[in-house]
Design a protein around this ligand. Structure first.
Ligand code: SF4
Length: 95
């Protein structure tokens, strides 16, 4: 049987992005790189990345709303974490 990859399953999800209101905000200047690295490694959607200069980048548009980053770093790198407002956010297509 041909199993779908995680990437293929994620690719069929639909996102309704609230362009006016980021439901997650981060502190890009947080002084502890190890704290940032936790998010880079743990986010299942791969939304936290270091760019070529070593700065942390983040895009809330592909968020799976799993809460992992909130649990790991709320009050540190994560300045704000809320679920998206009603009618916004992810619509799962593959469970
Ligand atoms: S809630 Fe989950 S998917 Fe969304 S940014 Fe945080 S770790 Fe990534």
């Amino acid at each position: 049987m041909n199993e779908m990859t995680v990437e293929a399953k994620l690719a069929v999800n639909k996102f309704f992005v609230d362009e006016e209101n980021a439901h997650i905000e981060i502190d890009k200047d947080y002084p502890d790189k190890q704290e940032m690295l936790k998010l880079v490694k743990a986010c299942p959607a791969g939304l936290y990345k270091f760019d070529k200069s070593g700065a942390l980048t983040f895009d809330y548009a592909g968020c799976l709303e799993c809460g992992t980053c909130r649990v790991l770093s709320k009050g540190k790198v994560i300045k704000k974490w809320n679920y998206p407002e009603s009618s916004f956010g992810i619509e799962f297509r593959m469970g």
